[in-house]
Design a protein around this ligand. Structure first.
Ligand code: ATP
Length: 233
């Protein structure tokens, strides 16, 4: 579904991503893990068209997308939930969800709101509330709901657990599994390696911009290198 080949990304003279290749198959949850600054966010932003690669290709469902505008990429069926949620603070919960459907042309939103409210009951309770009044976990749910309103076939999640209390982290990961079960493919980047690998079909480990290890999520969880570097020994 998504194939990244020999991707390199620079910020001026700084090379943040070095010759990275990986793929995501339809129906999978794939996790990219790595320490702070390993290049995870840069890769996700490059897939979404927010950064431009200096080398390499990104193919989504057979189409080269690395030169496409971000809004075209969303319209083609791929949507990112950014790190730090970035909900629209001056808008209500319902209006935030509406913004997620901005690029859709089918206009049949009623059913989709119902589906989102079923999956995130707290958003229904708070639908007329300003998004700024939500807790961190609720904002993460809203950001995911907003992305789902674009009806993506591939959902990119940037650090969904960041800054959340453990109880919310568990809930968010359960929801990711549910979203995946219902047919959305997921590419997840996380510093919480344990959670990310435990729900992943496959994972890739990034270090200073390079893929250093890959394999099934469960295998990586058991790997000595991963245990030592990311799971506290
Ligand atoms: P984090 O978990 O902190 O988001 P990350 O693995 O997502 O880390 P990136 O944010 O992609 O890593 O950063 C990769 C490298 O690129 C780091 O060395 C970082 O300092 C550098 N970098 C990121 N954004 C910029 C920028 N806008 N300008 C210059 N350098 C940047």
């Amino acid at each position: 579904m998504l194939t990244i080949e020999n991707l390199s990304v620079h910020y001026g003279v700084i090379q943040a991503v070095r010759d990275v290749s990986f793929n995501v198959k339809q129906g999978e949850i794939v996790s990219l893990i790595g320490a702070n600054g390993a290049g995870k966010t840069t890769i996700l932003r490059t897939i979404s068209g927010l950064n431009r690669p200096s080398n390499g290709t990104i193919t989504f469902e057979g189409q080269l997308i690395q030169k496409m505008l971000p809004q075209k990429i969303v319209a083609s069926g791929l949507c990112q939930v950014p790190e730090g949620r970035h909900v629209f603070a001056g808008l209500t919960v319902q209006e935030n969800l509406e913004m997620g459907a901005f690029l859709r042309k089918d206009g049949e939103l009623k059913q989709d709101y119902e589906m989102i409210f079923e999956r995130f009951p707290i958003l229904k309770e708070r639908k007329n509330q300003d998004a700024a009044t939500l807790s961190g976990g609720e904002q993460q749910m809203l950001a995911m709901g907003r992305a789902l309103m674009s009806k993506p076939r591939l959902l990119l999640l940037d650090e969904p657990s960041m800054g959340l209390a453990p109880i919310f982290i568990q809930e968010i990961f359960n929801i990711i599994k549910e979203i995946n079960k219902q047919g959305t493919t997921v590419l997840l980047i996380e510093q919480n390696a344990k959670m990310a690998l435990s729900i992943a079909d496959r994972g890739y480990v990034l270090e200073t911009g390079e893929v250093v290890l890959s394999g099934p999520g469960k295998e990586l969880l058991e790997s000595e290198e991963v245990k030592k570097a990311y799971l506290g020994g």
